[in-house]
Design a protein around this ligand. Structure first.
Ligand SMILES: C[S@@+](CC[C@H](N)C(=O)[O-])C[C@H]1O[C@@H](n2cnc3c(N)ncnc32)[C@H](O)[C@@H]1O
Length: 276
């Protein structure tokens, strides 16, 4: 079977199973089976699949039809123009999270040291360490997630130290910048999530307590201990999180508390400046 036919058949199978973007997904899965870059499909549509390539492609199609996200099959997701390894131990980095990185670059360009709380695959800590030429510390409760993040930091040559702890409880230093994209989905919303998220992404990365803002209320007082005066705390928030997270900031010496919307017009980033 040729690559061209394999894409068509895979696309038909995925479409029949109700998978969105079936053709693109079939192409990505076939390229993963072939260990090739995207251009290869256009330059070699007549490539004859070997038995082993066909077996791998078939397995990937089957996994995707069962609901497994494409990124957990290919084990790669791009973030801010760089490739990051992912595994089922980490949240698949979302493009919306790039807004948090952008805000940090915009308001805190002089940052020398930063802390990322709940780092997952390490996208925020690594991107900011590289873009700002800064030194980062990143925490997570999940040791498996930290292993993925550490591998990403090594391969992308970012200066990041990783600490397994509850939020920032194990951290003593003072930083110019603290960023966090903590879990923010209210527990009651979990059963109604897309199956790709609900059944495959780690619930530790999703569930933010009853209201969805529980972790923010714990992180803000910790950030007061960890930020230098004038330093920024920058959060990604859920679309319903603004009021609750603003309340967390209202308890302490925070100024310039500002909401930023994403490209879809949804509240996405809330930042505040520590002014004791
Ligand atoms: C929404 S994910 C964000 C991951 C990554 N920062 C990103 O933006 O893609 C939240 C992360 O927080 C971690 N986490 C959840 N509760 C935690 C806690 N109490 N202490 C430290 N990390 C926690 C999860 O394991 C997960 O990696």
């Amino acid at each position: 079977m040729t690559a061209k036919t394999a894409v068509q058949q895979g696309s038909d199978l995925l479409a029949g199973a109700g998978i969105p973007e079936p053709r693109l997904t079939a192409e990505v899965l076939l390229l993963h089976a072939l260990h090739k870059e995207r251009i290869y499909l256009f330059s070699h549509p007549e490539h004859e699949l070997s038995t082993i390539e066909w077996i791998h492609y078939g397995r990937y199609l089957h996994e995707r039809m069962q609901g497994k996200p494409t990124q957990y099959i290919t084990r790669i997701q791009e973030f801010y123009g760089r490739p990051f390894h992912v595994s089922p131990s980490v949240l698949i980095p979302r493009p919306e999270t790039e807004h948090t990185a952008e805000q940090a670059l915009r308001v805190a360009p002089q940052t020398r040291t930063l802390l990322d709380i709940g780092t997952g695959s390490g996208v925020l800590a690594i991107t900011l360490a590289l873009e700002l030429r800064a030194r980062a510390v990143a925490t997570d409760l999940s040791l498996d997630a930290l292993q993925v993040a550490r591998r990403n930091a090594v391969e992308l040559q970012a200066r990041v130290d990783f600490v397994q702890c509850d939020l920032a409880s194990g951290i003593q230093a003072r930083f110019d910048l603290v960023v966090s994209n903590p879990p923010y989905i209210p527990v009651a919303e979990i059963p109604g999530l897309q199956r790709e998220v609900r059944d495959f992404e780690p619930h530790l990365a999703l569930v933010g307590g009853v209201e969805g803002t529980e972790l923010y209320h714990r992180i803000v007082p910790q950030a007061e201990r960890l930020l230098k005066p004038g330093g920024w705390l920058i959060f990604e928030i859920g679309y319903l999180g603004e009021t609750g997270v603003r309340q967390a900031f209202a308890q302490g010496p925070w100024e310039d508390v500002t909401l930023v919307h994403d490209l879809a017009g949804l509240p996405r980033v809330l930042r505040g400046r520590y002014q004791p």
